[in-house]
Design a protein around this ligand. Structure first.
Ligand SMILES: [Zn+2]
Length: 124
């Protein structure tokens, strides 16, 4: 997952503080993913925070195949820019980021509709 901090400094260590016990952990230790199939998108997963100390779990977002693809494109365009430092590649990264953000919102709304959260259900 890309955070703003990571984009600016890919080698930075990102520490996350647990909201429950306030222990700090590396992002890889605490960020988990498990299958969360929804209609027409069986490969969807739920990404969540799980504290190894106290077991506190918090939903982060839903990862669908479409979103995973956009994320890969985002990683690629960012590493291209990090190598070249060309303004053209920065522009490519900016576009990939906008497209990822759009897909992110769209896919979260899709999953929420499928599991019946919110008020998007059509009246019967
Ligand atoms: Zn904790």
């Amino acid at each position: 997952m890309i955070t703003e901090e990571w984009a600016k400094n890919p080698k930075a260590e990102v520490l996350i503080e647990c909201q429950n016990c306030h222990q700090k952990h590396h992002i890889e230790e605490i960020l988990k993913e498990e299958p969360f199939p929804v209609p027409y998108k069986p490969k969807t997963t739920e990404v969540f925070w799980l504290c190894p100390d106290c077991g506190f779990r918090k939903h982060s977002f839903y990862m669908t195949p479409e979103l995973r693809l956009r994320q890969q494109q985002l990683h690629l365009s960012l590493s291209k820019f990090n190598k070249s430092h060309e303004s053209m590649d920065w522009e490519g990264y900016r576009k990939a980021r906008a497209s990822y953000q759009q897909a992110f919102d769209h896919e979260q709304a899709y999953v929420l509709r499928q599991i019946g959260a919110g008020n998007e259900r059509p009246a019967v």
